[in-house]
Design a protein around this ligand. Structure first.
Ligand SMILES: [Zn+2]
Length: 424
């Protein structure tokens, strides 16, 4: 048995093509990992149960497992002593999930971040400012490692105000800024308020992550105009790894299919039709310590069979992440994604921060209110018409004065749900 175990591990690490990597991964988890062995029990993998019949995995299952087996759960393929990093997911609603990495798995993160940076055009000559706090979330640490891997300089901006960050960017002639799209817009706003626009002169690239924004054309063009540089997007999840690298020519994201089995599924967990939205479901092929198989990311993407304009390797997600399954709200039978409303707001000239409130009218109908900071003379009515014509949504647009709505230094919280819950 011991020799067998060793065999599965070595085989999994050495496999090169996708099919071999996948079957080695499945052999490995059945052999080593109590969590997956329990889940896949009864499915005859040896008899070739098709991959797409394996049950998709949710974050809730991992969280529940950790509640029953604290603190790390049973999704551990090795003894605890083999693990060198622990992360917490940033979950805004559910309990946080702890995810652990071995040195080998961390090397995999590093390699994939280095790939993302290379595609984004970052070189050893760059000084890249990381506008994140040094927290229990994987993003800052993996960004730092990726920069080291390609020999670029990391400039940490944790524990600073936005003004101090602008000053640091200017003092060190930073060439790239890495942050959430919400924070990129916030930094621009502070630069204008404080008359520090010149601080951003050396910046030629903004790398965005953590939110759908940077793949929305309206958001991207605002960032690019404000910084006078290019804006690229990338995406990752603590549970699944850094799966999305930017397409500098076609925009949106790519998934490296040598590293991830990528599926896009509809609400019934069947492949989403071409041209339709679906949930991204991923299987990272080389993360062995905390493996996930057919993991439901909660990220909504568009399923296309087109190659990107630059013919890059791997599946193309044309609009990047277009929303989150848990962001979607059904209003009067229509699926409403806050990111679609954001895109319309960002395209409206003279618009600033915004807040979306879903609420129930006294008559019982669910409605949408959009508060948006608008310059005088900018059109609330125009925005209302756009929502109706382009999104088919009736939205009450309420203009508010600049600076009235809350700002965020990280991921934005722009959606308020005040709908009355009815019993079924
Ligand atoms: Zn591409």
């Amino acid at each position: 048995m011991a020799a067998n175990r060793q065999g599965a591990g070595v085989q999994a690490e050495r496999a090169t093509d996708v099919g071999a990597r996948l079957s080695a991964l499945l052999d490995f988890v059945l052999d080593r990992n109590a969590f997956h062995r329990r889940r896949l029990q009864g499915l005859d993998l040896d008899a070739g149960a098709p991959f797409n019949e394996l049950p998709p995995l949710t974050k809730g299952e991992l969280v529940d497992d950790q509640a029953v087996h604290p603190p790390f759960g049973t999704n551990l393929s090795y003894q605890l002593g083999e693990y060198v990093h622990v992360w917490q997911t940033s979950g805004t609603t559910a309990r946080p999930l702890r995810v652990v990495d071995t040195a080998g798995d961390w090397a995999w993160w590093r390699e994939l971040f280095a790939h993302t940076l290379t595609v984004a055009g970052v070189t050893p000559e760059d000084r890249v400012a990381l506008a994140f706090s040094f927290g229990p979330h994987v993003q800052f640490w993996a960004s730092h490692e990726g920069l080291e891997e390609i020999s670029a300089m990391a400039v940490p901006l944790g524990g600073m105000t936005s003004v101090q960050r602008l000053q640091t960017i200017a003092d060190m002639a930073v060439t790239a800024v890495w942050c959430t799209p919400t924070y990129a817009l916030r930094l621009l706003e502070v630069a204008v308020e404080q008359r520090l626009e010149a601080a951003l002169e050396s910046v030629r690239l903004v790398i965005c992550t953590g939110e759908p924004g940077a793949s929305l054309p309206g958001v991207r063009s605002r960032i690019e105009e404000g910084f006078g540089g290019r804006c690229v997007d990338h995406a990752g999840l603590t549970e699944a790894g850094p799966f999305g690298y930017p397409c500098p020519e076609g925009h949106g994201l790519h998934v490296l299919e040598s590293e991830f089995v990528c599926e896009i599924l509809d609400e019934d967990l069947r492949p989403a039709p071409i041209g339709q939205r679906g949930e991204l479901v991923l299987t990272p092929l080389r993360r062995f310590g905390f493996p996930v198989i057919r993991y439901r990311t909660g990220d909504v993407v568009v399923n296309t069979d087109e190659r990107c304009p630059a013919e890059h390797e791997g599946r193309w997600l044309p609009g990047g992440i277009v929303g989150r399954t848990d962001d979607m709200v059904v209003i009067r039978g229509m699926n409403v994604y806050p990111s679609a409303i954001e895109e319309a707001v960002r395209r409206e000239s003279g618009s600033g921060e915004f807040r979306i409130t879903f609420y129930t009218e006294p008559g019982g109908m669910d409605e949408i209110k959009l508060e948006v900071e608008l310059d005088e003379g900018s059109g609330a009515r125009h925005l209302q018409d756009i929502m109706r014509q382009q999104l088919g949504l009736r939205v009450r647009v309420v203009p508010v004065a600049a600076g009235m709505l809350p700002r965020s230094d990280g991921k934005a919280r722009r959606v308020v749900d005040e709908r009355v819950r009815r019993s079924p």
